[in-house]
Ligand binder design. Structure first.
Ligand code: ZN
Length: 192
């Protein structure tokens, strides 16, 4: 028994030593938006592929959130043909290129609405569906209230909210436990 307690103490000590540098290095902030019950996401495009990418990105968020904690994470998504803020909390639009050509996406938001803009091209090259999916999954995180996950590591796969990713590498970024836990911290009882 004493040996067991000693072992547990040792494990706790080791965990603490390992956790201290992690806890100080990682910074995961929030954005000011808080979505209400059954938020309505809308994609402003008639392109079937872009509509499917929008659906898949949002569905992945809902799936990962429900798998981890089956509370109310219900979200709706539909197509719109004009910028209609009466029916939508979050609007996704696709553009040929960004004002800042280095941006792979951006989200403008206030407390209850967000506009996501995703470029179809980067440095004059057409982005793949996978890269569009990566950008949109990240921007959807912002639109739900997540800020950036800053660990100081470039291309950190620990979070979909890591601020940088390199396109044209055939990489699909994943929503991680870090992201799901951060959502649960913000929405303790899901969308209310
Ligand atoms: Zn971002």
């Amino acid at each position: 028994m004493r040996l067991l307690i000693g072992g547990i103490t040792l494990v706790i000590l080791i965990s603490l030593i390992l956790l201290i540098p992690l806890a100080t290095a990682v910074d995961y902030d929030n954005t000011s938006i808080t979505l209400k019950k059954t938020p309505q996401f809308c994609y402003l495009t008639e392109d079937v592929t872009l509509g499917t990418i929008s659906f898949l990105a949002l569905h992945e968020w809902e799936k990962q959130l429900v798998l981890n904690n089956p509370i109310n994470w219900k979200m709706d998504i539909k197509q719109i043909t004009s910028m209609n803020w009466n029916e939508c909390n979050v609007i996704i639009q696709f553009v040929e290129g960004m004002e800042n050509p280095l941006d792979l996406g951006k989200t403008d938001l206030n407390e209850n609405e967000a506009l996501i803009t995703i470029p179809l091209n980067h440095e004059n090259k057409k982005l793949s569906s996978g890269d569009l999916l990566n950008s949109l999954t990240h921007e959807l995180g912002h639109s739900m209230g997540l800020g950036h996950y800053n660990s100081g590591v470039l291309n950190d796969s620990d979070s979909i909210m890591s601020p940088q990713f390199e396109p044209f590498k055939n990489i699909i970024l994943q929503i991680t436990l870090q992201d799901v836990l951060k959502m649960n911290e913000k929405y303790e009882e899901g969308f209310q």
